[in-house]
Design a protein around this ligand. Sequence first.
Ligand SMILES: Cc1ncc(COP(=O)(O)O)c(C=O)c1O
Length: 365
Amino acid sequence: MAKIPMARPVVTEEMVEAMGTAIRNERMVMGESAHKFEEEFARYIGTKYAIGVGSGTAALQLTMIALGVHGKEVLSTPFSFIATANAVVEAGATPKFADARESDYNLDPVKAEKAIGPKTAAMLPVHLYGHPADMDPMVAACKKKGIALIEDACQAHGAIYKGRKVGSIGDAGCFSFYPTKNMTVGGDGGMVTTNDEKLAKEISKLRDCGRVSRYMHDVVGFTSRLNSVNAAFGRVQLRHLDGWNERRRAIAKLYAKELKDLKQVKLPPQGSKDIVPVFHLFAMKVEKRDELADFLAKKGIDSAVHYPIPIHLQPIYRQLYGYKEGSFPVSEKLSTSMISMPMFPELKDEEVKIVSEAVREFYGG
Ligand SMILES: Cc1ncc(COP(=O)(O)O)c(C=O)c1O
């Protein structure tokens, strides 16, 4: 029985050749490909600047350090990958949370605004599963309170909110190129997008040992740059991204059609005129989640849970900040009922139907 995986990055001869050309002809770190990739990524997202860094986590860390959050608080969602909050701690700030909302699993803008306090330096919504967070009320709240707005767009390359790509709406957008993301650089990598020249300069410096010029350093920086081979790979991937995202939306539509009458399954929001998601994951809210995962595994179908433990209940966050069950009930409920189905551009319609049939069989539908 052929196994159906959760995700599979696309690797073509063209991508491999681009890496070969870069390693033979360029400086290995921050060579010509890295600069071109930054230019092309900025143009794609619709910002003036893009700064390549070592990972999505580094993109978040360096952005927050550059914005000066040290000693203050950053407000985010507990229903995300742990790196979102880790980056806050690593930037010397305290993570504060507001709950996710049921309709799109993203940071609830009403609760987030209420949670802004005197020490809040920034709000950090996440475009979870590739679905844009509800940015308008957050932009308004951040403006009103004079705090920064940072988008964790690590799962949402190419997603659109009211005509604008995510990553171009807040003060900065942070992207990950980890292999399973909607596009990769053939390894770890990340990017910060922004229209703010001062912020772009500060992040460029921080990723490169705090270097202002060859031998001069005016901040304590990091080594978190993009390798030329990875950038060369990423440039080719970027040219395919819109096509892949279109295919992801078609797969999501097919899953939705195949599963629509199952009362035990709540399908993900499909988007609207204003919201164009990119389905990094096809995450459903279901009954008997863990039993379903076991049933699918026995049929050779991979699934995953994003995320079984909300960040505030992870052992280290309980230990550091004393969080307990009941603090964020929506996120806690979601963590017991979300399951992600196989989703990647090369997934075939027949495979979507096999997975859907297995889900139907499990629920007896
Ligand atoms: C929402 C979110 N934030 C941050 C990250 C961190 O990105 P990276 O793994 O490239 O450090 C990821 C992905 O891993 C993510 O999904």
